[in-house]
Design a protein around this ligand. Structure first.
Ligand SMILES: *[C@@H]1O[C@H](CO)[C@@H](O)[C@H](O)[C@H]1NC(C)=O
Ligand SMILES: *[C@@H]1O[C@H](CO)[C@@H](O)[C@H](O)[C@H]1NC(C)=O
Ligand SMILES: *[C@@H]1O[C@H](CO)[C@@H](O)[C@H](O)[C@H]1NC(C)=O
Ligand SMILES: *[C@@H]1O[C@H](CO)[C@@H](O)[C@H](O)[C@H]1NC(C)=O
Length: 968
């Protein structure tokens, strides 16, 4: 009845809205983009809403008001018109709390400064809420829902049939499922979500095991139904490779929990749960391992296994055992909803909210500028085809994917029943033999260490050929060797879906410098491949851990390139899951490796990720949610500090992997850097959320630490810090208010001299490399920063794809990978990808101050403009697309001039900052769309000019702008 009434209302509004402005778009509910989320499940009664306003030809368009309507079967709510310019994280006071387990629809419209008339309404957006108190809900059902599995056989296929006998139609059918390590769910013979893989996410299972909710309303029917679940070992019963001293849990065989709840129109209910009425067997997967691949005997596939009436007289289907719950309730463990986008394969894994970079209409770059990037293209649909195949040895086919990728391959095989085919994956080819300079063309797998990354497939002998695609493993590779195919294979027999946590590309950065473009390519591919339900260090060898240092170093880059907020919020929960009572956390999360308590530069992931999420998304709630655990963590560091002082602060790794033969600088200085960095973040956070007492207390503490740092680590005789190595100077200078004004110049000069003395090369490890580029650009040495990033000689980023051995398409773990042995030598380790943030923050110059967008591009001086004359950058913010592009060359009639194009989305405010093109340069003319804005004689007051720094700042609202600035 209510629905009918609504339909009438909708059509009235639609007809009367013909002249109104288009509706807002890209709606987000609790950070989920509704456009890219099938079956949106909201896990909070008060989600924040964000939306973007359409683009107008007029400039400076702001929202003046909005209206939100929400409704369910039994309730509805209308905000009425609310006068406000706010379009992000709106969670209005008079909004009612959403109810648990309810289907809702929502729509909204806005008013802008352009007209008194409302925009059209958005379409009704469907979403539903989860069971908010999921843990209690399942615990209350304790008497009938069980974890099931087997300790006797490898039970990885379970099934059940049930009769939906009510004569009333089904209103909703919702299932909560967890199958650990991994599961796949089938209903009436169909996979419920085929591109969803390696689900649920990896956690510290005894603390938190994730359940997933699916809406099965359209898949369950009256009468008999069948559900089937495949299980894999995943990280739950992973074969582990750890030093003998470390203990890594292998919790036992896989297990399933399943709770389907059907509600009929008549209000009757019915449930189907995991219990001993199910049957299970070992399916065609004989063995599976994250590290070691799968062994599949396809003769044991039963195509109809998840259909009603399935009868299998050839396999042993047995009653499952009741298994122990993974949760340790006594230690506050809980079942919780997986509240982030899942891992997906192929085209569904990656969405875009940027324009295709090859659409060059608005860009100063040409097709030639973008040519020559080696590797796969993210825009090509998420499935790579080999670029070549060779047969180095009889019976072996080696495929080159042209890109170091993470995922697996789908093969088309042909052969007799019972024949086995073996598939190995590797990042690089074996180097030529030294004596003969000849290579046999085979793959190099030693650097995978204990991980075999091998899939074995036994054919069933289908005369039409058969397709094999792994389910419960994932590989990091560029090359694949296939052994034992009885027929020749071509590139058309192989395609490889790219696999990672589902996300949206929100940033694009390209330039006239091919080295920078290739680095950006390698950064993006490495980031995706290491986003696997949590940030990992690498995707290929027997490691793939949630190393916190790597996560902290890359989060800024990651949030410029990809929309990963829910992914990192989940990771923050995983970090606090392992936080000890004294506030300390670990080097890896889940704790599987490394120290516990953490090295300060690893533990910094907790404050750093929180801070970067706040900075990129301007959502203060994130700070409030994590403040107390961050404060506790800083207090844990302080407790250790009280025993050691900065001079002997505890550490494990220092400034990890500087380029050989360079040694590492003073390790206590490196640890002190992280500690003080975290104290300063805590000060910022306490200020923003109004804990002014903490602001005061920690500011006092920081001042004391700053004084101590200088006293302990400064070497007065040399005028530098510690042993004079680059890292020590960089980290001291990067900390606020540590280096006294009197020493700053000598410290900075010492750094520059050392870089110069090394032929413009760095000697930095992962911690100081991340600080180096912003430091140089912010302190008048942007030329040098660009020179360093453009280098192709060892050690440099460019060397990774300009050397005689291999052309990297992702970031190396070691600056000198080809010269190093297999012990620790990944070719897809993204910890050095920190530089990716600098492309956005300093080359394009896009930064955020609360809700203000700051655009402050840094440019090289005239004599270096061959290194970098043009850039083109898109960044999709919560307001919409920001576009920044500049050139030195177009209309190349004047030296020391630039053309800068900027687009600011509707309802956003921005400052555009023009920086002198050389020291002491003065701006003589600034035009916008060829109209003079500022000149020596005509000083428009919309431009502010800082006489001391020479910076020119223009305050703008939405619209497209084209500036030209001339400097003398
Ligand atoms: C399912 O239940 C209905 C109603 O009780 C019954 O008529 C029907 O025979 C049942 N179907 C099966 C296959 O048991
Ligand atoms: C500041 O106030 C909060 C809340 O009242 C309290 O938890 C915290 O301990 C105080 N901090 C200091 C340094 O006293
Ligand atoms: C190093 O960089 C500086 C500053 O850009 C430059 O003047 C110098 O020529 C460079 N040295 C070498 C060896 O490339
Ligand atoms: C690296 O790429 C360059 C340019 O395409 C190519 O000439 C060279 O052969 C490649 N090197 C290797 C080792 O593949």
């Amino acid at each position: 009845m209510f629905w009918l009434y609504l339909t009438v209302i909708c059509s009235v509004v639609a007809t009367s809205a013909q002249q109104s402005a288009p509706p807002p778009f890209d709606i987000r509910i609790d950070h989920y983009k509704v456009d890219t989320t099938k079956d949106l499940v909201i896990n909070t009664p008060r989600p924040g809403l964000s939306w973007k306003l359409p683009i107008f030809t007029e400039r400076n368009v702001q929202q003046t008001a909005y209206q939100i309507q929400i409704q369910s079967d039994i309730d509805k709510w209308d905000s009425e018109k609310i006068l406000s310019s706010r379009s992000t994280h709106v969670s209005h006071e008079n909004m009612k709390d959403l109810q648990s387990s309810t289907h809702y629809q929502i729509r909204l419209r806005v008013w802008t400064t352009l007209s008194g008339q409302a925009s059209s309404w958005t379409n009704w957006i469907q979403f539903r809420t989860s069971v908010f108190n999921l843990h209690e809900y399942i615990m209350q059902k304790n008497d009938d829902v069980y974890w099931i599995g087997s300790t006797q056989i490898y039970m990885n296929e379970l099934r059940k049939e049930f009769n939906v006998s009510s004569t009333s139609p089904i209103r909703t059918a919702t299932v909560l499922i967890s199958g650990i390590g991994y599961y796949e769910l089938y209903v009436n013979g169909q996979s419920v979500d085929p591109s969803r893989k390696l689900d649920p996410g990896w956690t510290t299972y005894e603390k938190r095991t994730l359940m997933v909710s699916y809406d099965l309303t359209s898949m369950i029917k009256g009468g008999m139904n069948a559900v089937g679940v495949k299980l894999g070992n995943g990280w739950y019963s992973q074969e582990q490779y750890v030093p003998p001293s470390a203990s890594e849990p292998n919790y036992g065989p896989p297990r399933l929990m399943f709770a389907l709840s059907i509600v009929f129109v008549s209000s009757e209910t019915m449930s189907v749960v995991s219990d001993q009425t199910w049957k299970g067997r070992q399916g065609s997967i004989v063995h599976d391992s994250v590290y070691n691949g799968e062994i599949v005997d396809s003769r044991n596939d039963r195509v109809d296994w998840a259909k009603v009436g399935f009868n299998d007289s050839f396999s042993l289907w047995v009653t499952p055992e009741i298994m122990q719950s993974p949760i340790n309730v006594a230690a506050n463990g809980q079942l919780s909803l997986q509240d982030m986008p899942p891992i997906r394969a192929g085209v569904d894994a990656l969405q875009f909210e940027i324009d295709n970079p090859l659409n060059l209409e608005n860009s100063y770059l040409s097709k030639e500028d973008l040519a020559g990037i080696q590797g796969g293209n993210l825009h090509d649909g998420g499935v790579l085809k080999p670029i070549s195949v060779s047969t180095p040895v009889l019976g072996v086919h080696t495929f080159d994917m042209g890109q170091n990728m993470v995922g697996w391959c789908r093969f088309h095989f042909h052969g007799p029943r019972g024949l086995g085919i073996y598939i190995r994956h590797a990042e690089v080819l074996a180097q030529p033999v030294e004596s003969t300079k000849q290579s046999y063309g085979g793959i190099y797998t030693e650097n995978l260490r204990g991980a075999t990354q091998t899939d074995s497939y036994i054919l069933r002998g289908d005369p039409n050929g058969e397709i094999y695609e792994p389910r419960f493993t994932v590989h990091g590779f560029r090359y694949i060797s296939v052994y034992g195919s009885p027929v020749g294979l071509s590139v058309n027999d192989v395609e490889c879906p790219v696999v990672h946590s589902q996300t949206t590309v929100k940033g694009h950065f390209a330039s006239s410098n091919p080295i920078i473009n290739q680095i950006q390519h390698n950064v993006q591919w490495g980031q995706l491949g290491n986003s696997m339900s949590l940030p990992t260090d690498c995707p290929q060898r027997d490691e793939r851990k949630g190393w916190m240092g790597d996560a902290a170093l890359t989060v800024n880059e990651a949030l410029y390139n990809f929309d990963l907020i829910k992914f990192y919020l989940n990771f923050l929960n995983l970090i606090t899951d392992i936080q000890l009572a004294d506030g300390s956390i670990a080097d890896t999360v889940p704790v599987t490796f490394g120290g516990y308590p953490s090295d300060p530069n690893w533990g910094t992931a907790l404050p750093t990720i929180t801070w970067q999420l706040y900075r990129h998304y301007n959502d203060e709630q994130i700070l409030r949610d994590h403040y107390s655990s961050i404060r506790a963590y800083v207090e844990a560091l302080r407790a250790g500090y009280k025993n050691t002082g900065l001079a002997k602060l505890a550490y494990h790794y220092g400034d990890w992997v500087p380029p050989p033969p360079q040694p590492m600088t003073n390790v206590y200085l490196i640890a002190s850097f992280a500690f003080m960095h975290d104290v300063s973040l805590l000060i910022n956070m306490s200020q923003i959320i109004g804990f002014t007492n903490d602001t005061q207390a920690y500011t006092g503490f920081y001042t004391q630490l700053a004084e101590e740092f200088h006293r302990v680590f400064f070497t007065p005789s040399g005028g530098y810090y510690a042993d004079g190595m680059q890292a020590a100077q960089i980290l001291a200078l990067a900390l606020p208010n540590v280096v006294p004004a009197s020493a700053r110049d000598s410290v900075f000069q010492h750094l520059l001299q050392d870089i110069n003395a090394k032929g413009n090369h760095t000697s930095t490890g992962i911690v100081s490399t991340a600080q180096l580029f912003p430091l140089l650009s912010d302190n008048g040495q942007h030329n040098l920063a660009v020179q360093l990033v453009s280098s192709t000689t060892y050690p440099s980023y460019g060397y990774m794809f300009n050397n005689p051995y291999e052309n990297a398409t992702t970031m190396w773990e070691l600056w000198d990978a080809p010269m190093e042995g297999p012990g620790m030598n990944s070719r897809n380790h993204h910890m050095f990808a920190s530089i990716g943030a600098w492309f956005y923050s300093h080359l394009a110059g896009i930064d955020f101050q609360s809700d203000l967008i700051v655009i402050h591009p840094r440019m090289v001086s005239e004599d270096k403009k061959h290194l970098l004359s043009k850039i083109d950058c898109q960044l999709n913010t919560l307001y919409g697309l920001v576009h920044v592009s500049y050139t030195r060359d177009e209309r190349n009639t004047f030296a020391n001039s630039i053309l800068l194009r900027v687009s600011i989305p509707t309802n956003a405010k921005a400052h555009v900052v023009f920086e002198p093109l050389f020291p002491n340069a003065k701006c003589v003319l600034l035009t916008e769309s060829n109209k003079v804005m500022w000149s020596i004689t005509n000083k428009d007051n919309t431009v502010s000019h800082d006489a001391q720094t020479g910076l020119m700042t223009v305050q703008i609202g939405s619209g497209e702008y084209e500036y030209q600035a001339f400097w003398e």
